[in-house]
Design a binder for this molecule. Structure first.
Ligand code: SF4
Length: 349
């Protein structure tokens, strides 16, 4: 078992007694590994700025991450991913993992932004909770090196949980960081992390469940479709995690809410050029239609989809009301086309 040199209440190695503590920027997902890494770096006497990357499709619970950061007394900053990140998903230099997850490029992007932030606040290094060999794509030794170089952090990217298994950073070489206080964890087992969590009395952290939606095959299919057919802004991709999605043609796509909450979310996140469609009594799914100037057949198919997922499923074609988000007063009506199971299957994303 790898040695774990961490004990609580050990005297902190300090960066020179009278000077303000050296600043370090850590990537904080709120998961156990990132919190352990932050706690170790903090106990070494550094002023820790935790950076959390907000991913609109959900990955790690932000509230839990804030709680975890507060529980160990570090600063917490949220950085939002944006269109640059979508371009990385579209065309990752280092390829995909099991689905549409571009893990190496994703990390390079996040670490580069953390590095920018480090320079902005006058910090000395960036750290993460990565463990050598824990993940197949991004935590192999060669990937760790590639990510460090890609992010422009050569010698300034510390992985406290497995540092003793890696090349020393500049800060370790210069004696600013005491390498003997760092760990040598590797592999997929989390046993030692849980032992450390107990030692540190850490209870507030994100559980590993859920994870990144980019690794989910269904979500990946929708994301791929969006990237292929175009999007107008990052916010638009938020709706990929809700509802039933159908591509009705190259130009038009619909999303139907599956419950009240999704119906409201679809309206809230709609683009100003999108169309909203509902049953006149709103007793069914709200539908979002994406695409410019939809012709009658696209509107009819959209209406048919609403009917299919409403209580009118087996009844005569119903009329639906629709409007463009930018012009809510101009309400129009369209009659549902009936759709076969095969059509539904072919359109489903
Ligand atoms: S799992 Fe998702 S968030 Fe994590 S590195 Fe891969 S793409 Fe990025």
């Amino acid at each position: 078992m790898p040695s774990m040199n961490i004990t609580m209440n050990e005297p902190q190695i300090s960066n020179k007694d009278t000077l303000p503590p050296v600043k370090a920027v850590g990537l904080i997902s709120g998961g156990l590994d990132s919190i352990l890494a932050a706690r170790i770096v903090k106990d070494l006497g550094f002023d820790v700025y935790g950076v959390y990357f907000a991913m609109p499709w959900g990955c790690c619970d932000k509230t839990k991450a804030i709680e975890a950061a507060m529980s160990i007394g570090i600063k917490f900053i949220v950085l939002q991913l944006d269109e640059r990140y979508l371009e990385i998903i579209r065309n990752p230099k280092h390829g995909y993992g099991s689905a549409i997850n571009p893990c190496v490029d994703c990390r390079i992007h996040m670490f580069s932004r953390a590095a920018q932030y480090m320079r902005h606040i006058g910090g000395a290094f960036v750290f993460t909770g990565e463990v050598l060999g824990q993940r197949p794509m991004s935590q192999l030794r060669k990937s760790l090196v590639r990510i460090e170089q890609g992010a422009g952090l050569e010698g300034r990217l510390l992985r406290p949980l497995c540092a003793q298994l890696l090349e020393p950073t500049i800060l370790e070489k210069e004696g600013v960081i005491d390498r003997s206080k760092l760990l040598r964890l590797s592999g997929r087992s989390r046993k030692e992390q849980f032992t450390l969590a107990q030692t540190f009395h850490l209870t507030a952290y994100n559980q590993p469940a859920g994870g990144c939606l980019l690794t989910d095959v269904n979500f990946s299919r929708r994301m791929k479709d969006t990237l292929e057919h175009g999007y107008r802004n990052f916010r638009e991709t938020v709706a990929l995690k809700w509802g039933r999605h159908f591509r009705i043609s190259k130009e038009f796509k619909t999303i139907l809410g599956r419950d009240e909450e999704e119906n409201e979310s679809l309206i809230r996140y709609a683009h100003i050029d999108d169309y909203i469609m509902q049953l006149p009594d709103q007793a069914g799914p709200t539908l979002l239609l994406k695409g410019h100037h939809p012709p009658e057949d696209a509107l009819g198919v959209s209406a048919g989809l609403i009917q299919r997922f409403s209580r009118y499923k087996n009844e005569a074609p119903q009329n639906m009301v629709y409007w463009q988000v930018r012009n809510k007063e101009d309400r129009r009506s369209v009659t549902a086309l009936s759709l076969t199971d095969q059509q539904l299957k072919d359109m489903s994303l």
